[in-house]
Design a protein around this ligand. Structure first.
Ligand code: SAM
Ligand code: SF4
Length: 423
């Protein structure tokens, strides 16, 4: 067992899980390969949040059948949200896959490692790579209890489990000692962090604790749920120096009837009041959101209300998805997927065009301004990094800027990024 290959699709949580596996395998002495063909262990980390992603995973799995036939000694493994507690069906469909484990079911991976002469997986050690990225993902909780009617996540990632506050602080300290400058705290409802722990710490308490980690420059967190965003948390974003003015707050729909059918637990009015409160308390806050179009029964008028919310709120970033019925979910069980695929796509494209125009306008305001960029890395001779408001910035500059804060004067903007020169 010398080389491994990992393919990841889906959300930041999946990327964090893949990093965890990679850290373990590197510690065990394996090296990463560019393609599956050369590897002794091929791991696919799957996503089934939308059918489109699931189809990609299935195609990727099918493409590995020949590899397993020509090299039967290799291990092909599958993790991520495609793996539920009933793996018999998956075994029948993909008999060339040797190992299945649910998201974060590390004991199964560890047992496999031991049976192949590797050390066992160590949660603490393997959460910190030898050379971590400048901006590192840190999952602070797992699972979700919310059961939005369209969403498969609670069925695949299980109930909420928040991690111990001190354990998270320790991981962040270790990351910083090895070069990380920014942490992105991850949770499906990150603002509900700690509610399930005996001493009931909350996200604001965790932010206060991390704000004092020496050498750490920035803290972000995602994804927040409108029903859990407290005043205390909003104040913490405003008051703590290292916490970026950046809130990811999915609204999902701009119509109350649709929100109710989605079982989101808030109205558009409540969402609007929350946004006003955040904007009043945290000046220059960058807001991003997620929207689903074409939910069962969504009328043109209801879709129009979502467009109106985008127009009025002027988010910095919007992730727009066409509704995709998912097995097991309440919407699939109780509602008919009655919006035609072409109609969903038309609505998605309309919403995207509107949002691109808004983002382009918002970004134009940066022209001629100097922004502070945390430099993440270099791509094609350009440095890139992000502002506190999560704007991606490219600029040319001298060597060795990785991990540093750079002042960049913005000279060109688009809906997706800013470009400038180093001051
Ligand atoms: N926990 C976060 C929240 O409450 O919004 C997001 C998690 S979810 C995995 C990421 C995004 O995928 C959601 O915000 C939603 O917009 C989208 N999504 C989830 N299920 C979907 C479905 N069945 N069809 C289309 N989009 C979906
Ligand atoms: Fe899915 Fe809703 Fe949980 Fe987010 S809050 S993961 S959308 S069930």
């Amino acid at each position: 067992m010398k080389q491994y290959y990992i393919w990841t699709i889906g959300c930041q949580m999946n990327k964090a899980d893949s990093d965890h596996v990679a850290n373990y395998l590197e510690r065990a002495g394996l090296t990463q390969t560019e393609t599956a063909d050369e590897a002794d262990l091929v791991l696919l980390n799957s996503c089934v949040v939308r059918e489109h992603a699931e189809v990609k995973v299935v195609n990727r799995l099918k493409s590995l059948k020949g590899l397993k036939k020509s090299r039967p000694d290799i291990t092909i493994a599958l993790t991520g949200c495609m793996v539920d507690s009933q793996i018999d069906d998956l075994k029948d469909r993909f008999p060339w896959v040797d190992l299945f484990f649910r998201p974060q079911q590390w004991e199964v991976l560890s047992k496999w490692g031991e049976s192949h002469g590797l050390p066992s997986l160590n949660q603490e050690e393997d959460s910190v790579p030898r050379n971590p990225p400048v901006s590192a993902y840190v999952p602070i909780m797992h699972g979700c209890d919310s059961f939005c009617s369209y969403c498969v996540v609670p069925y695949r990632r299980g109930r909420v489990r928040s991690r111990d506050l001190e354990e998270i602080r320790c991981q962040v300290q270790n990351l910083v000692q090895r070069g990380t400058k920014e942490v992105v705290l991850l949770g499906q409802i990150v603002d509900a962090y700690g509610h399930d722990l005996p001493s009931k710490p909350d996200l604001a308490d965790l932010l206060v604790s991390l704000d004092s980690v020496e050498g750490l420059l920035r803290i972000r967190f995602l994804t927040s749920h409108p029903s859990y965003m407290s005043r205390k948390l909003i104040r913490a974003i405003a008051d703590l120096n290292k916490v970026c003015e950046h809130v990811s707050l999915p609204i999902q729909a701009g119509d109350n009837g649709v929100l109710e059918a989605m079982k989101r637990g808030y109205t558009t009015e409540e969402y609007g009041e929350l946004v006003d409160d955040i904007r009043r308390t945290v000046p220059n806050v960058a807001l991003s959101t997620d929207v689903i179009v074409g939910f069962p029964g969504e009328t043109n008028e209801q879709f129009g209300k979502t467009m109106e919310v985008l127009r009025q709120t002027r988010f910095d970033k919007v992730h727009i998805a066409a509704y995709s019925p998912r097995p097991e979910t309440g919407a699939t069980r109780n509602l008919r997927d009655d919006i035609a695929p072409e109609q969903k796509e038309t609505r998605r494209a309309q919403a995207e065009a509107l949002q691109n125009a808004i983002a382009a306008e918002i970004n134009t305001a940066f022209l001629g301004r100097t922004v502070e960029v945390l430099v993440e890395d270099q791509k094609k001779s350009k440095w890139y990094g992000r502002t506190r408001g999560d704007k991606l910035v490219f600029f040319a500059g001298r060597a060795a800027l990785r991990g540093q804060l750079a002042s960049v004067r913005i000279e060109k903007t688009s809906a997706f990024a800013l470009q400038g020169t180093l001051e």
